[in-house]
Design a protein around this ligand. Structure first.
Ligand code: BES
Ligand code: ZN
Length: 601
């Protein structure tokens, strides 16, 4: 039987899309991509094929010889979108679909010039993971299916298009005021790794395989911040084997980008909030680099196995950080992660099925249950396997795992049986079944110790008894030390305590977005009003969901600040990505509902 993906209409047994050719015009006026897609099919064995779509307008479907094919679009499902069923006469091996996207396509964010660094040109970018590629093109939008692609993208001058593919050159077209960018992606990818950005984008080489793309205003800063990319790529190759995607380039996104990073192959997308000026937030770059192997070569079969992508990648990220910065620093990262996992477990509730590594996503929107669990519980499980097997032995296993499953998509169960084959007895020894299928955190959870971590935790835990760090010492702390410390002092502080921290350490003015988020969350929960203008400026300056969710949640949680949360949301919602708008809407609505329950109880 063929595998199924609960978040897609894909039925592999009907046939598979093996190559995509996109011919699109980017129309900033109407906020649409307009054109056609050519889909080459392999293994067709049914009289029709089902594709995923969301909010697409389908104009016409033909075969490669321009014969019209029958098609029908199903009623839209809120999570899945609309099934596009296309009739396949015998020997049909290709489809050509004329279509256009909707201005509210969930994968696309169209920015006004004011939302860019330069301020003069509009900007467009995509974010397809987990289930949004279908709003950009009709496709089998499941990681079970991989295809190579070509794209011819027409954009208004002087804008530049970039994609998750080999770099393209600008080519003239007959239409005045338009240029064409032609991309080729020779390595097969699942639909969620398809990516495009169009804007005023400049480029700078920072290594033989690495190039940074960014708006001109940010280019030099970004090139400096991420200069270690090439050497990090080499460190990753030492661990996981050769880099199979030719080039490793990355694009610094406008601040509205909803994630820290996205591993789009050959062209990772990174939030500009990582540019701290001191390379202190580089672990996100390491994370996205590690996905080149763990996630992009070996991919989850569906979002139910998402922990395979993220758990492995967080583990790899911390191993590379350990290689580059030492064990003390890696243990601080693990401690920060552990704290965020505990917050997530508390939020879901210990017995929630969403705290399992393997999830059941039938009828569930993967965006709605996105959390730290697959990342941090996944990390702990892989770290436990590593500790139990021994590092050398486990590293050999990982290389074999990548070698065996590269360019395929696998389930948790395929991973487990490969583990049993290569390291017999290990999964039983660590209780893999409980780790994967049970909610919460098992008792044999690995702990990470280091001298520095103990010192910081000791200081933080003593907060209530009046223990404070020596001011001159703490002024010299590294950003990671601050993060551990802030995350472990009480969530809510008195006005005087906030003031003490702020006057001595200038937290409200920090240029490090991680520290700022941690601090402003505390400020919100503590109702420390002097820093409220900074909250407003921060949530109005970027769209990264991790930060927005924490700060809005903190404000919406309490009666005293809920109005303020709503005010900010109403003011800035249009600047947020469609996915971020929905996520924040849920946070604010949930809090209003629980307020209602409190009032009527
Ligand atoms: N692939 C994820 C981003 C993602 C996950 C987008 C699921 C949509 C759905 C990316 O690799 C990621 O994990 N980003 C993190 C980086 C962090 C863990 C270092 C982020 O955005 O914060
Ligand atoms: Zn990731």
């Amino acid at each position: 039987m063929s595998q199924t993906d609960p978040n897609s209409y894909t039925d592999e047994s009907q046939g598979r899309v093996s190559r995509v050719e996109l011919y699109l015009v980017v129309d900033f006026q109407s906020r649409r991509l307009v054109g056609k897609v050519h889909l080459a099919l392999k293994g067709v064995s049914a009289a029709f094929i089902d594709l995923d779509t969301r909010d697409l307008t389908i104009e016409e479907v033909t075969d490669a010889n321009a014969n019209t094919l029958e098609w029908s679009l199903g009623d839209p499902d809120p999570i899945l979108g609309s099934r596009l069923r296309i009739g396949l006469p015998p020997a049909t091996a290709a489809l050509i679909i004329k279509y256009e996207t909707s201005p509210k396509a969930s994968a696309l964010q169209w920015l006004q010039p004011e939302q860019t660094a330069g301020g003069d040109y509009p900007y467009l970018f995509s974010q397809c993971q987990p289930v949004h590629a279908r709003s950009m093109l009709p496709i089998q939008d499941s990681p079970l299916v991989r295809f190579t692609y070509k794209a011819e993208i027409d954009v208004p001058d002087p804008l530049v298009a970039v994609m998750s593919a080999a770099p393209a050159q600008r080519q003239p077209v007959s239409d005045p005021g338009l240029s064409r960018f032609v991309f080729e992606m020779p390595q097969p990818i699942p639909a969620y790794l398809l990516a495009i950005a169009v804007g005023c984008i400049a480029q700078k080489d920072i290594g033989s395989r690495c190039r940074v793309y960014a708006e001109p205003e940010l280019l030099d800063k970004a090139a400096w911040e991420f200069e270690p990319a090439e050497s990090m790529l080499r460190s990753a190759e030492q661990m996981f084997g050769p880099y199979l995607w030719d080039r490793y380039d990355f694009l610094i996104m406008p601040p509205a980008f909803p994630y820290g990073g996205m591993e789009n192959p050959r062209l990772n997308f990174l939030t500009p909030t990582l540019i701290a000026g001191d390379r202190s937030l580089i672990s996100t770059l390491v994370h996205e680099i590690a996905h080149s192997w763990l996630g992009n070569l070996v991919t989850n079969a569906s979002m139910e196995d998402f922990w395979l992508n993220e758990g492995f990648t967080v583990w790899a990220e911390r191993r590379i950080i350990e290689m580059l910065e030492g064990q003390e620093m890696a243990s601080l990262d693990a401690a920060i992660g552990r704290k965020s996992l505990e917050d997530a477990l508390e939020k879901f509730g210990e017995y929630s099925p969403y705290t399992r590594l393997k999830t059941d996503l039938r009828g569930v929107d993967p965006d709605e249950i996105f959390s730290e669990v697959p990342y941090e519980k996944g990390f702990l499980f892989i770290a436990l396997l590593e500790q139990s097997a021994g590092r050398k032995c486990f590293d050999r296993f990982i290389r074999k795992y990548i070698e065996k499953f590269k360019f395929t998509s696998i389930t948790t169960e395929q991973f487990l049986s490969f583990l049993d084959e290569k390291l017999p007895g290990l999964s039983e020894k660590v209780g893999a079944q409980e780790w994967i299928y049970h909610p919460g955190l098992p008792d044999n959870c690995p702990e990470f110790h280091s001298k520095r971590l103990s010192e910081l935790l000791y200081l933080a835990k003593g907060w209530g008894e009046g223990l404070r760090p020596a001011i001159n010492d703490a002024r010299k702390w590294q950003p990671k030390e601050w993060l551990v410390y802030l995350a472990n002092i009480p969530e809510r502080l008195s006005y005087e305590d906030c003031r003490w921290l702020d006057l001595n350490f200038n937290l409200t003015e920090t240029g490090n977005a991680e520290i700022l988020c941690e601090w402003l969350t505390k400020v919100a929960l503590s109702e420390y009003k002097p820093a409220f203008p900074r909250i407003s400026a921060f949530v109005g300056s970027m769209g990264r969901m991790k930060y927005l969710k924490r700060i809005y949640q903190a404000l919406a949680e309490r009666d005293e600040t809920r109005e303020f949360a709503m005010e900010l949301f109403n003011k800035y919602r249009e600047t947020y990505h469609p996915i971020a708008q929905s996520a924040l809407q849920r946070i604010i609505k949930d809090q209003r509902v629980s307020q209602f329950h409190r009032q009527t109880a």
